[in-house]
Design a protein around this ligand. Structure first.
Ligand SMILES: Cc1cc2nc3c(=O)[nH]c(=O)nc-3n(C[C@H](O)[C@H](O)[C@H](O)COP(=O)(O)OP(=O)(O)OC[C@H]3O[C@@H](n4cnc5c(N)ncnc54)[C@H](O)[C@@H]3O)c2cc1C
Length: 465
C-alpha cells in the first residue's frame, strides 16, 4: 500500500484548490501537498507597507466562474470578498501620446477617436470578412486583422493581448487563447451576428451575455489583497502541507509513484497531482516519460515585472476615473499598461494617496525586465508622466519580477496539450493542473484542479466497484 493516497506537488492556488477539493470529497484519504518554497501561494502574495497593499502577481479574479465563488464560500471568505468599484468600467488606450476612452457601446464606438474613421468603418464590415482557409491554428492577430482590420488589431486587440497574456498577438493561438471567438466564427460566420444571437439567448434565459473574448465578469478580490485566500488555505490545511521541501523527481514504483524529495527522503503515492508551472513539472516527470517532459518544457513563458508606485493624489494631474490603460506596441513606450489599483479597490492606498500597478515585459520585450531597479523605475515614471502628468517622485516603490511570469499559448499549443494528455493517460494516476494548459487565470486554475480531483475520485470509485 502506498504511503499517501494522493501527493500534490506545488502550493500555489492550483495545488491548494486541489487539496481543498480532496479534503471535502475524501476526508478519509491520506493527502500531502509539497511546496518547495518556504511560503505558500506561488505568484499570489500581498505586501502591506505604510498603509498600501501591494499584490505581487495577480490582483483579482473575474466573478464569472461559479466554482471560484463557491470555493470562497466554502473557505468562509464570503465576508472578505471585495468587488471592484463601479467606475472601473472606464478603460483607456494610449494613442498618439494621449489616453483615449475605450467605447463600451456601438453608438459610442461610432463617435470615438480611438480609431480613424477608416478604421471604424472597417470594423463595421466585420460580417462580410472572409472566412479562414481551412481549420488551421490561426494566430490571434491574423484572425482579428482578417475580421475587423489592421488598425483595430494594432490599437484594440494587441494591447489587450499584451496586457492580459503578456503575449504577442502574432504568436498566440486563437483557438487556445480565445476559443469562444473561434466558435462564434465557425457557428455564425461573424462575431457581430454571434453576439446578437447570444444576447437574445441570454435575455431569454434571464442572464447576461459576454463579449467575444468570453463571458463578462467583474474584478473581485479580498479586503486587503488577494493573499487572504492563501492565508485561509494555510489555516485550514496546515497538517496536510509540507513547505520548504520540493519534489525533485518521481518514478513509477509498481502501481504507485515514488517521489524523491529535495531533502533526500522518498515516499510513495497512489496518485500524483503536479500543480507546478509546466517548465518546473518537466524535470520532475522525466523518469516517467521523456515525451511528457519534452511537451511540458515546450510551453514557453513570458517574463513580466509589476512596478507598484504610490503617490500623493495631488501629484497626479489626470483624474483616475477608471480601471487604467493599455499601451499598443506601436506607441513605442516601455510599459504595457497600468492599472489604477486604488481606483479599483479603495483600501489599497492610504487616504489621499493613489497606487498604480504598471506592467513591463511580456513576450514582446524580454529586455526591459532585466533593467536595474533604478533604470526600470526611470522608464516607468517617464512613460506614466507622459500620459498622466506626474509631479515629483513616487513616495513608495515596490517591484515584483517574474522571470517566467505567464505561459504562452502559442500556435500549436493544442497539439502540445494532446501529447500531454496522451502521455498522462498512458502513465496513469498522474495529473497536471495550473495555468499552463487550458487558461491562464485564477478561475482556470480552480476549474482545472476541480476537474482533476473529480477524475481521481471517479477512478477510485471504478477500482473499488
Ligand atoms: C504578474 C502576474 C499578474 C497576474 N494577474 C492575474 C490576475 O489579475 N488575475 C488572474 O486570474 N490571474 C492572473 N495571473 C495568473 C495567475 O497568477 C496564475 O494563473 C496562478 O496564480 C497560477 O497558480 P498555480 O498554482 O498554477 O502556479 P504558481 O502560482 O506558479 O504555483 C506553483 C507553485 O509550485 C511550487 N513549485 C515549483 N517547483 C516545485 C517542486 N519541484 N516541488 C514543489 N513545489 C514546487 C512553486 O514554488 C509555486 O509555489 C497573473 C500572473 C502574473 C505572473
Amino acid at each position: 500500500m502506498a504511503d499517501r493516497d494522493v501527493a500534490i506537488v506545488g502550493g500555489g492556488i492550483s495545488g491548494l484548490a486541489a487539496l481543498h477539493y480532496l479534503r471535502r470529497q475524501r476526508p478519509e484519504w491520506c493527502v500531502t501537498l509539497f511546496e518547495s518554497d518556504r511560503r505558500l501561494g506561488g505568484t499570489i502574495g500581498t505586501d502591506h507597507i505604510d498603509g498600501y497593499s501591494f499584490d505581487w502577481g495577480p490582483n483579482g479574479f473575474l466573478d464569472r466562474e461559479p466554482l471560484t465563488l463557491q470555493l470562497c464560500e466554502q473557505l468562509g471568505l464570503t465576508d472578505k470578498i471585495e468587488r471592484a468599484n463601479d467606475n472601473v468600467s472606464n478603460r483607456f488606450i494610449a494613442r498618439g501620446g494621449k489616453l483615449r476612452a475605450v467605447p463600451m457601446s456601438p453608438p459610442k464606438f461610432f463617435t470615438s477617436d480611438i480609431l480613424s474613421l477608416k478604421g471604424r468603418l472597417r470594423v463595421m464590415m466585420e460580417p462580410f470578412a472572409r472566412r479562414p482557409d481551412g481549420d488551421k491554428d490561426e494566430s490571434v492577430y491574423s484572425f482579428v486583422e482578417r475580421r475587423i482590420g489592421k488598425e483595430a488589431a494594432d490599437y484594440l486587440v494587441q494591447p489587450m493581448v499584451s496586457g492580459v497574456y503578456g503575449g504577442v498577438a502574432e504568436r498566440l493561438s486563437l483557438k487556445s487563447c480565445f476559443p469562444i471567438m473561434h466558435t462564434m466564427e465557425s457557428e455564425y460566420g461573424s462575431l457581430f451576428k454571434a453576439m446578437i444571437a447570444r444576447k437574445k439567448q441570454a435575455k431569454a434565459a434571464g442572464r447576461k451575455s459576454g463579449g467575444p473574448s468570453g463571458p463578462g465578469g467583474w474584478l473581485t478580490s479580498f479586503t486587503g489583497g488577494l493573499s487572504a485566500i492563501i492565508e485561509r488555505f494555510e489555516e485550514l490545511y496546515r497538517d496536510e502541507i509540507v513547505v520548504g521541501n520540493g519534489v525533485e523527481r518521481i518514478e513509477k514504483d509498481a502501481d504507485d509513484y515514488r517521489l524523491h524529495l529535495r531533502t533526500g527522503e522518498s515516499l510513495t503515492a497512489r496518485h500524483v497531482i503536479l500543480s507546478l508551472p509546466a517548465y518546473a513539472a518537466a524535470p520532475v516527470v522525466s523518469a516517467v516519460s521523456t515525451t511528457l517532459s519534452n511537451a511540458l518544457s515546450a510551453i514557453p513563458y513570458a517574463p513580466i515585472s509589476v512596478v507598484c508606485l504610490g503617490y500623493p493624489r495631488e501629484s497626479v494631474k489626470r483624474p483616475l476615473d477608471g480601471f487604467g490603460f493599455l499601451v499598443p506596441s506601436k506607441e513605442g513606450l516601455t510599459i504595457l499598461g497600468s492599472i489604477w489599483t486604488s481606483s479599483i479597490f479603495a483600501d489599497r492606498a492610504p487616504q489621499g494617496r493613489v497606487q498604480f500597478r504598471t506592467m513591463v515585459g511580456g513576450d514582446g520585450d524580454h529586455e526591459s525586465v532585466n533593467l536595474s531597479d533604478n533604470d526600470l523605475l526611470a522608464r516607468v515614471t517617464s512613460d506614466m508622466d507622459s500620459l498622466l502628468g506626474l509631479q515629483g517622485e513616487p513616495e513608495i516603490v515596490k517591484i515584483y519580477r517574474w522571470s517566467h511570469g505567464i505561459p504562452q499559448f502559442r500556435i500549436g499549443h493544442g497539439e502540445l496539450l494532446k501529447q500531454i494528455e496522451a502521455e498522462l493517460a498512458w502513465a496513469g494516476n498522474l495529473y497536471v493542473t495550473g495555468n499552463a494548459y487550458y487558461g491562464i487565470g485564477l478561475n482556470d486554475c480552480v476549474k482545472q484542479s476541480h476537474r482533476v480531483v473529480e477524475q481521481i475520485v471517479a477512478s477510485e470509485s471504478v477500482t473499488k466497484s
